[in-house]
Each structure stands twice: as C-alpha cells, then as structure tokens.
Design a protein around this ligand. Structure first.
Ligand code: HEC
Ligand code: HEC
Length: 384
C-alpha cells in the first residue's frame, strides 16, 4: 500500500481579467502525491512521468491560470472532451474536436520515428491532420497555441514555473536539480502522455482468450470466421462480424493495433462527410489536392466515451456515425475506394437497426475501465 502524503501549497497570484475557472488570488491548492512514485512501467525513472502528470493537470501552465491539458483531455472521457470544440484560456474555441490520448507510446519513439516512419510514410502521425510527428516537440504546441493555453513567451513561462514552490522538488527528483527548461517540461509531459495506455478492454480479453489467433481481413481475402468467444456476448460477436467482415470497418479502424490504425490500412482517409470540406485536414499540411478532406483514422478505443464524433464533432452519437456510413456518404473526388461501390458511386448499405445495435455493442467492448480510473493518470490537485 502506498501512503498518500499531501503537499499543501499556498498560491498567491496576480490576475488580470477574471474568468470563473481561473485560480483566484490567494486560492489554496493542494497537490497530493504518493511518497513513493507510482510505477509507470516506462524505460525512464518514475519521477519523470510523475512530474509530467503534475504539469498535465496544472492550470498554471496557461497564461492566465485557467486551462490545463486536462481541461480538454479528461481522464474520465478517455482523455478527450465532450463538446464539439473545447474552450481555451480566453474563452475561444478550438477549431477541431479534441482527440483522445492513449497508446501514443506504441508509435512514437526513436526507433519508430527514425527507422519505420521514413519507409512506410505517415504512420505515427499526431493531430487530425498529422502535422506533428514527434511527441516531444508536439506537447509544447498547445502551450503556445493562441487559442488553447496562450503562452507567448517560453522564457517567462519557465520563470513562472520556477517560481511555483512544488516544482523545485519535482524537477529535482526527475533531473537531479530544480532547473526548469522548456526541454525538460516537454520531456516530462511527453513521458506522462506515453504512460496513458489502454490494453485492458473486453476486446483485449477476447483476443487473449482466442489464443492470439486473430483474423486479419484483407480485400479479396475474407477473414476466417472468428473463433467463438467465451468473452464476448452473442450480440457483441455479431457486432464483431459486422465490423470485421460484412462492413469492413476494420480495413481502416484496425482495433487490434494499439493506435487503432495500421500502415497496411493507411493513416488518413476521406470518408465523404461533405462534398466540399470547410477544413481540408491533411491537405493543409501536404498541400496536395488529393489529400483534401482526409483526416487521421481515429482510434476507436474508448469511443463510447469520446462523443461528439469526427474532426469537427458534427455527430452527437454513435448512431449518427453509423447512419453516415449507411446512407450519408458524399461523393468527394478523394472519397476512399473502400466506401465506393464497384461503379465508383458512394456506397449505400442497408444496415438494419439490429445490426446497428450489434455494431454499437461491439464498440462498447473497446472501452477501457482501467485506464479511466487509473490513479497514476488522475488529477493530483485537490483544489479547494
Ligand atoms: C483548449 C483545449 C486543449 C488544450 C488545453 C490541450 N489540448 Fe491537446 N488537443 C486539443 C485538440 C482540439 C486536439 C486536436 C487538434 C488537431 O488535431 O488539430 C488536440 C490534440 C492533442 C494530441 C494529439 C493526439 C493524437 O492522437 O494525435 C495530443 C497528444 C495532445 N493534444 C496533448 C495535449 C497536451 C500535452 C496538452 C497540454 C500541454 C494539451 N493537449 C492541451 C485540445 C486541447
Ligand atoms: C476508409 C476508411 C474508413 C472506413 C472503411 C470506416 N471508417 Fe470510420 N472513420 C474513418 C475516418 C478517417 C474517420 C474520421 C473522419 C473525420 O473526422 O473527418 C472515421 C471516424 C469514425 C468514427 C468517429 C470516431 C471519433 O472519435 O470521432 C467512428 C465511431 C467510426 N468511424 C466508425 C466506423 C464504423 C462502425 C465503420 C464501418 C461501418 C467505419 N468507421 C468505417 C475512416 C474509416
């Protein structure tokens, strides 16, 4: 048993404009960390993700102390948000739907970035449009983003963090001295982000229970019938069939991959949400017309927690999402082949209400109750 010992920290701040969620001058903040750090099972010492965890949840990282990473990436929501667009430090909205954070350790790493990505292309991309590839540099982007956290000068930022009493101890434990640099902030944050893992869903138990034998559907090579599962209910198994076989959702959403997509299924796709997209996704990065309307294939892990859906949060429910695949696909020049009929027209499929229920119940097997309740990933601040 780990004993919790509380660090009581009294914060005195000079605040300009008033936002109800801002920390108020003289407000007391209690930071509660175990005396021995939790075990994060990473190739670095646990003090590093522990520091990252505090940074992730600390509203003092934003320019006016109103927003932390966790304002838009909430543990109980699979580290995503439950609104179409999230609110930043100055009450302005993000231009896209918040992405869940999980299993980024599986693709982002030195070996992956340096060895595999150059060979296979854009796998391991971050953000809806893949504009970042490396977690270490990516995690500073929300800080300096003028909508999200509003830090416009990283030098005064590190000075501010240096002045916050509890960081001296946390940086010293992680780095041997209390010096705060943006590189250290980035490194600690990215190790915390890497520690957010999901691998204990009902679906994972099913995969284990069938002994790792896992059909891998490919075009023209229909998957074998899955081994009857002792873990999945009959309705969930029916959903499995529809997802993997009948409707080929898995050709893009490779739920057996930690990241939810794979280099063999592609990283980005245009699914015909619009005839003309207001936000062209990958094209804004690559500048190529054939990338217009393509977005990263989102992981469906914890998808039951991350409504609303799509890059712009246009669909409120999973029912709406399935209706799109059923009868809503628009004819866009870049519409993915897998969503077209043989004659090239947008696919229309007659998913029945029962099938819809089965697919959704299968999607529920991708929810990870452990990740969303894991204390080592939780908010360490008990703000009064
Ligand atoms: C105001 C809301 C907001 C805040 C604050 C915020 N994020 Fe995000 N985050 C988003 C949105 C929106 C996206 C998707 C943006 C896009 O794809 O263009 C995103 C995407 C991400 C991703 C990409 C995930 C993936 O699979 O590609 C990571 C990682 C991430 N954020 C980490 C962080 C960290 C770390 C912080 C704190 C330093 C943070 N975010 C602060 C809203 C926010
Ligand atoms: C051609 C690849 C492809 C196929 C096939 C496909 N999807 Fe998707 N799916 C995507 C992409 C890309 C997005 C994000 C699109 C966007 O936001 O613009 C998405 C989004 C989703 C979302 C919303 C996730 C979120 O977090 O916002 C769900 C749920 C979903 N798909 C389920 C399914 C189901 C069920 C099927 C099978 C009936 C299916 N998909 C077939 C590529 C695909």
């Amino acid at each position: 048993m780990k004993t919790q010992h509380a660090l009581f920290v009294f914060v005195s701040l000079f605040l300009g404009s008033c936002n109800t969620s801002e920390l108020q001058q003289g407000q007391e903040i209690t930071l509660q960390l175990p005396s021995q750090p939790y075990s994060y099972n990473l190739p670095v010492k646990d003090d590093l993700p522990t520091l990252g965890r505090v940074l992730f949840y600390d509203r003092q990282l934003s320019i006016n102390n109103s927003i932390s990473c966790s304002s838009c990436h909430k543990q109980e929501l699979g580290f995503a948000d439950n609104v179409r667009f999230s609110t930043g430090f100055a009450a302005r909205l993000t231009s896209r739907n918040s992405l869940p954070i999980q299993n980024l350790n599986a693709v982002i790493g030195i070996s992956w970035e340096k060895l595999i990505a150059p060979t296979f292309g854009t796998e391991g991309s971050l953000f809806w449009d893949g504009r970042e590839r490396e977690l270490n540099s990516m995690v500073l982007k929300p800080l300096i983003n003028h909508v999200e956290m509003g830090v416009n000068d990283l030098q005064s930022f590190t000075k501010k963090i240096t002045g916050i009493p509890y960081y001296e101890d946390l940086f010293t434990k992680a780095y041997g001295d209390g010096q705060v640099t943006k590189e250290r902030v980035a490194e600690a944050l990215s190790w915390f982000v890497r520690s957010i893992r999901s691998n204990q869903t009902k679906f994972d138990q099913h995969v284990k229970s069938v002994g790792g034998i896992f059909p891998f559907p490919k075009p023209n090579n229909p998957a074998p019938t899955p081994v009857p599962s002792a873990v999945l209910s009959p309705l969930e198994q029916e959903g499995w069939h529809l997802f993997f076989e009948k409707y080929n959702c898995n050709s893009c959403h490779q739920v057996q991959q930690p990241t939810g997509y794979s280099m063999f299924g592609g990283t980005f796709a245009n699914i015909g949400l619009d005839k003309e997209y207001a936000d062209n996704g990958l094209q804004s990065v690559s500048m190529q017309p054939q990338d217009a309307g393509k977005f990263k294939i989102p992981s469906l892990r914890n998808v039951t927690l991350t409504a609303p859906y799509m890059h712009d949060g246009r669909f409120a429910t999973l029912d709406d999402v399935i209706n799109h695949y059923k009868e809503g696909i628009n004819d866009h020049p870049n519409l993915d082949q897998r969503l077209r009929n043989a004659d090239g027209s947008p696919r229309r499929i007659s998913i029945t209400d029962n099938e819809k229920r089965a697919i959704i119940s299968f999607l529920y097997t991708l929810t990870d109750p452990n990740m969303i309740s894991d204390p080592k990933l939780s908010n360490p601040f008990k703000t009064n």
